[in-house]
Design a protein around this ligand. Structure first.
Ligand code: HEM
Ligand code: HEM
Length: 246
C-alpha cells in the first residue's frame, strides 16, 4: 500500500463546489420566502449545482481514470460483498470509488438534476405535485448525503485513513501503479471558467420583476419562480392544465 494520486483537480473542485451549492440551496430553500432576493439565490445555487453536474457527467466519459463512470463499481453482487466486508473488516479496497460511493455519487447526480428540472417546472405551471416532488427530492438528496458522510466517517475510523482529506489533495492509499498520470490542471481551469460564466450569466440575465432568466450559453428565456407577470396568468394556466389532464 502506498499513497497514490486518485482524484484529479476537476473532480475535487466539483466536489466541494457541489457540496456548497447543494447545502446552500437546501438551507435557503427552507428559510427563504418564495419571493424576494434570497430566493433568487436559491435558484442560482441550484441551477449552478445542476450545471456542474452536467459538466461532471461529461468528465465521467473523458476525465481521468477514477473520474470515469467505467471505473465505478455498480454490480449488486459487489455492493453486497462490499457492505458485508465493511462489517466483517475484510472489505476490498478501491483506489477510485468503492461500490458504496459509486452508487451514492450517481444518486446525487440524478437527484440534483431532478431538483433543477422540478424547480424550473414550478415556475411554469407545474402545480403542487411538482412542488411536492421537489421537496421530496431535496430531503431525499440530503438523506443520501447523510449516508455518504456517515460512510466517510466509518471508513476513516475503520481504515485509519483520513479519506475526507483525499478530496483536497487527491491522494488515497492504494496499490503500486494505481496512480492517475496527471491532476489535469487545464481541465480544472476550463471547469471553473465555464461554471463562472454560467452563474455570472444567470445573475446578469435575471429579471427580478418578472422572475424570468435568459440562460447563458443557450440564450433561451425561461420563467423561474413566481414573477408578478406569472401570477396574472396563473388562473389561465391552471385551467389549461385541467384540459391536459383529460
Ligand atoms: C464534510 C462533508 C463531506 C466530506 C468529508 C466528503 C468526502 C467525500 C469523499 C472522501 C469522496 C470520495 C469518496 C471515495 O473515495 O470514493 C466524496 C465523493 C463525493 N461526494 Fe462528498 N463529502 C462531503 C460532503 C458532500 C456533500 C454535501 C455532497 C452533496 C452534494 C457530496 C457529494 C459527493 C459526490 C457527488 C461524490 C462523488 C464525486 C465524484 O465522483 O465526482 N459530498 N466525498
Ligand atoms: C440543488 C438544488 C436544489 C435544492 C437542494 C432545492 C431545495 C429546495 C427546498 C428544500 C425547498 C423548500 C421546499 C418546501 O419546504 O416547500 C425548495 C423550494 C423551491 N425551490 Fe428549490 N432546490 C434546488 C433547486 C432549485 C432550482 C434550480 C429552482 C428553480 C429554478 C428551484 C425552485 C424552487 C421553488 C420555486 C421553490 C418554492 C416552492 C414553494 O412554493 O414552497 N429550486 N427548494
Amino acid at each position: 500500500m502506498k499513497r497514490i494520486l486518485a482524484w484529479d483537480i476537476p473532480t475535487r473542485l466539483f466536489h466541494w463546489l457541489l457540496a456548497g451549492a447543494f447545502l446552500g440551496a437546501f438551507i435557503i430553500g427552507n428559510v427563504a420566502e418564495d419571493e424576494g432576493s434570497l430566493f433568487s439565490v436559491h435558484m442560482l445555487l441550484g441551477a449552478t449545482a445542476g450545471f456542474m453536474v452536467l459538466l461532471r457527467i461529461i468528465w465521467g466519459f473523458v476525465g481521468s481514470r477514477y473520474a470515469r463512470f467505467s471505473s465505478f463499481t455498480l454490480s449488486p453482487a459487489k455492493v453486497l460483498a462490499y457492505l458485508k466486508g465493511t462489517v466483517s473488516g475484510g472489505a476490498q479496497r478501491y483506489a477510485g470509488h468503492n461500490p458504496g460511493t459509486s452508487w451514492t455519487s450517481i444518486a446525487i447526480f440524478v437527484m440534483v438534476l431532478g431538483l433543477v428540472a422540478t424547480g424550473v417546472l414550478m415556475g411554469n405551471g407545474g402545480g403542487e405535485a411538482v412542488e411536492e416532488i421537489h421537496e421530496v427530492l431535496a430531503f431525499g438528496t440530503l438523506a443520501v448525503v447523510g449516508v455518504h458522510v456517515a460512510g466517510i466517517i466509518f471508513h476513516t475510523i475503520r481504515h485509519r485513513e483520513n479519506i475526507a482529506a483525499s478530496m483536497f489533495h487527491g491522494r488515497k492509499q492504494a496499490g503500486d501503479g494505481d496512480d492517475i498520470r496527471s491532476p489535469r490542471p487545464v481541465a480544472a481551469v476550463v471547469f471553473l471558467v465555464l461554471t463562472g460564466l454560467w452563474s455570472g450569466g444567470l445573475v446578469s440575465g435575471y429579471d427580478a420583476a418578472t422572475s424570468q432568466v435568459t440562460l447563458p450559453l443557450i440564450g433561451q428565456t425561461i420563467q423561474v419562480g413566481e414573477g408578478e407577470e406569472h401570477g396574472e396568468h396563473e388562473e389561465y394556466e391552471e385551467h389549461e392544465e385541467h384540459e391536459d389532464d383529460d
